[in-house]
Design a protein around this ligand. Structure first.
Ligand code: NAD
Length: 258
């Protein structure tokens, strides 16, 4: 049975009720996990208010600001977990960012700055978060990140984020090898296209979704809840033999050649 009672889970990447991380948080909560939630702080405090109201029904025992580009804030997040919880069982890395310019047009036109920012926020952050989580997972644990097919195939407009996802997927494998000796499993979910704040920045996202609805074996794309269910499974004792994997939750689209 899928039971996460007694597990402490940190969920990153909730921006609103369309976020994939919101779907994951709901499923982890339903399975009995004790939740901690981070949000991306902004000057006007809009994300803080919005996300705190949204997650209130899930009664997270921690609610913390964490911009992954801010090393001090990132370390403070894990220091707080150490103080309040003592241990961490589950880390959900569900965030990414690339500028709009890096997500449309000619791939080669990307600036050095936009390229570096996409990699730093979307891929390096899994490394820095895993490093901070490692000492808190001495009894084992599960780390799950979110990726997309554009990290292994060319998807028009996905451009620089595809490069970031390729790096992220290799991070999963190297981290799985390093952390396996302390029974920490690291996996990625490659989700089909879903309308969210982040995906709306990708040029032609609606066309991508319609294409999947036409040709995927299930003739539809996937929901946040379906991704959330898979994340809960990967974090549970039902998946103790799985690490270093990228699991496709995409209505089967990935198998198609034509
Ligand atoms: P979203 O906009 O709801 O979530 C993206 C999150 O990233 C936001 O909560 C945002 O605050 C956070 N973020 C951005 N920069 C940050 C920073 N510097 N520090 C901390 N957090 C930061 O969109 P989403 O689609 O739910 O994206 C979540 C993950 O799922 C991303 O990794 C995305 O690439 C991946 N994904 C999305 C799709 C899709 O079609 N929506 C498909 C496959 C994978």
């Amino acid at each position: 049975m899928l039971n996460l009672t007694g597990k402490n889970a940190l969920v990153t990447g909730i921006a609103n009720n369309k976020s994939i991380a919101w779907g994951i948080a709901q499923q982890l909560h339903a399975a009995g996990a004790n939740l901690g939630v981070t949000y991306l702080p902004d000057e006007k405090g809009r994300f803080e208010k919005k996300v705190s109201e949204l997650v209130e029904p899930l009664q997270p025992s921690l609610f913390l600001p964490c911009d992954v580009q801010n090393e001090v804030q990132l370390q403070e997040t894990f220091d707080t977990i150490k103080d309040k919880w003592g241990k961490l069982d589950i880390l959900i890395h569900c965030l990414a960012f690339a500028s709009k310019d890096a997500l449309s047009g000619d791939f080669s036109s990307v600036s050095r700055q936009d390229y570096a920012q996409a990699i730093e926020v979307s891929a390096y952050s899994l490394v820095s978060m895993s490093r901070a989580a490692k000492p808190l997972m001495a009894e084992g644990g599960s780390i799950v990140t979110l990726t997309y097919l554009g990290g292994v195939r060319v998807i028009p407009n996905y451009n620089t984020m595809g490069i970031a996802k390729a790096a992220l997927e290799m991070n999963v494998r190297y981290l799985a090898f390093e952390m396996g000796s302390q029974n920490v499993r690291v996996n990625g979910i490659s989700a089909g296209p879903i309308r969210t704040l982040a995906s709306s920045a990708v040029g032609g996202i609606l066309d991508m979704i319609h294409h999947v609805e036409e040709v995927a074996p299930l003739r539809r794309t996937v929901t946040q809840a379906e991704v959330g269910n898979t994340a809960a499974f990967l974090c549970s004792d039902l998946a103790t033999g799985i690490t270093g994997q990228i699991l496709y939750v995409d209505a089967g689209y990935e198998i198609m050649g034509m």
